[in-house]
Design a protein around this ligand. Structure first.
Ligand SMILES: *[C@@H]1O[C@H](CO)[C@@H](O)[C@H](O)[C@H]1NC(C)=O
Ligand SMILES: *[C@@H]1O[C@H](CO)[C@@H](O)[C@H](O)[C@H]1NC(C)=O
Ligand SMILES: *[C@@H]1O[C@H](CO)[C@@H](O)[C@H](O)[C@H]1NC(C)=O
Ligand SMILES: *[C@@H]1O[C@H](CO)[C@@H](O)[C@H](O)[C@H]1NC(C)=O
Length: 437
């Protein structure tokens, strides 16, 4: 078999039948690897066991230690969220693409206003241990991350925003923390104008993602009082581009029975690759012309890879990759995904924030609030020159007391049936056109 020798991407063209397990999902890891890993940013072997508590550390030490805990939790969250999304997408044969970074930032910003069990669930769901990390530790770490991301290169921008209803009184320290630590842009909107305010939010996201995500918010709940946004945009050029003249039409094996036609890019040169025998997966490293990278993972069996993948794998691959000459074929593609994450986040233990027992009392005094929706959209375009990826997460927050109670008003002609419940016998049946006659 081809993989008993070497990681060989070049075999694709000659042994396509061997790749019937490849699914479009092959590209998934790209951005999470790119954003979360970045070459030369591996902090995983940092000292995690410092006294067992951040409070005891010195200022500089404690900062570094808690930052490592937060970034390590974020990476772990990425793989857990992926597996949840994959479990849902599997039956539907859908692509998966999302920004773990954007989801983490949005939920961490929400946790600033959460209290009690709601806060505990958010922390645990995000992978933060609340006996080791305080909300302030988390806030400071995200501030550092967001500043770093925006500073390190021109290729990437990441940030947050909060849209607040003009009549809603949010706590000053909540908004202050969002602005300070999550570098949030703040806006006042009139959420009673549901269409206008949705358009305002969508316009903002469209702007920040350079038009890639133009309709994050579909319809807003009437009782929305606040909307949190996080966005991320990445556009990178390959360190060595593909030659468009070598791009050819070729087949992509969606599954055993389905082949689709794609534009296949081609390049022969030295590449960093690794073949992971434990999970029969070939790993290709495609560096951008910056500190960012794309990792492409080609497994014999997708579910083996999906169940196994972790940060430890990515770290191992990055460490053991070797450079040698390969022929590489990668399809050009543009994909777009859209998720409502309520169900997935509940499965990850973050249940209370969505219901009657939500405690978001850190956002406002005297108003009972809950999360109406967490939505996420992402796009990925790969071509000869490079890759562009964008994502945004939206968290809708609504008043529980204003919760929409469905109304049924029989103020126009209606039908009536009187029936016996066990026998289903219809005793009476009629139509009321005018109750006054
Ligand atoms: C949180 O940290 C404490 C102290 O190190 C540890 O005992 C506990 O097991 C951790 N909890 C989780 C869920 O990892
Ligand atoms: C990051 O940079 C982009 C582009 O320069 C800018 O639009 C955005 O506001 C910045 N975000 C933050 C959080 O500073
Ligand atoms: C990897 O492939 C080999 C050879 O086809 C097979 O024997 C082995 O069971 C595979 N391992 C896994 C984890 O699928
Ligand atoms: C990569 O970046 C360097 C410096 O920023 C630039 O000189 C070079 O032309 C770039 N290469 C490509 C392929 O864009």
């Amino acid at each position: 078999m081809f993989h008993s020798v070497q990681p060989v991407f070049c075999c694709w063209c000659f042994h396509q039948e061997k790749f019937t397990m490849i699914r479009a999902a092959v590209a998934i890891w790209i951005l999470s690897a790119v954003i979360c890993v970045g070459r030369g940013h591996h902090h995983d072997h940092g000292n995690h066991s410092h006294h067992g508590g951040a409070d005891q550390d010195t200022a500089q030490d404690g900062g570094a230690n808690t930052f490592l805990q937060v970034t390590s939790a974020n990476k772990d969250f990425a793989y857990r969220l992926y597996r949840k999304l994959a479990a849902h997408a599997d039956s539907e044969g859908k692509n998966i693409f999302f920004s773990p970074s954007s989801v983490s930032v949005a939920l961490a910003a929400l946790s600033v206003g959460a209290r009690g069990e709601t806060h505990h669930q958010l922390f645990r769901g995000l992978g933060f241990n609340d006996s080791l990390l305080t909300q302030t530790d988390v806030d400071q770490s995200f501030q550092k991350l967001l500043k770093k991301t925006n500073d390190t290169s021109q290729d990437i921008s990441e940030g947050t925003a909060v849209f607040v209803d003009h009549k809603f009184k949010a706590k000053a320290d909540f908004l202050e923390t969002l602005m300070q630590s999550y570098l949030a842009d703040g806006f006042s909107v009139d959420f009673s104008e549901t269409t206008d305010s949705a358009n305002t939010i969508n316009k903002y996201v469209e702007d920040k993602t350079n038009g890639k995500i133009d309709k994050l918010v579909e319809g807003l709940d009437e009782s929305t009082v606040m909307y949190l946004i996080s966005y991320i945009y990445y556009k990178g050029k390959w360190a060595t581009p593909f030659d468009p003249h070598l791009t050819r039409e070729d087949l992509f094996m969606v599954d055993e029975n389905t082949k689709v036609s794609v534009q296949m890019m081609y390049k022969q040169r030295r590449f960093d690759t690794y073949y992971d025998r434990a999970i029969n997966t070939s790993v290709l490293h495609l560096p951008f012309n910056s500190s960012y990278s794309m990792l492409l993972l080609l497994p014999d069996d997708m579910s083996t890879l999906e169940n196994a993948i972790s940060q430890a794998h990515v770290t191992k691959w990055s460490k053991w990759m070797t450079s040698s000459t390969h022929e590489v074929f990668i399809p050009k593609f543009s994909i777009k995904t859209s998720y409502k994450l309520n169900g997935v986040l509940k499965e990850m233990g973050m249940t209370d924030m969505f219901g009657e027992s939500a405690d978001l009392s850190g956002i406002s005094d005297g108003n009972r609030l809950s999360v109406s929706e967490v939505v996420h959209q992402a796009t990925l375009d790969v071509d000869e020159a490079g890759a562009t990826a964008a994502a945004a997460t939206g968290v809708g927050i609504m008043l529980l007391s204003f919760r929409h109670i469905p109304v049924l008003k029989f103020n126009r002609p209606f039908m009536v049936i009187i029936t016996e419940r066990n026998t289903k016998q219809i005793l009476f049946m009629g139509k009321i056109i005018n109750p006054n006659i």
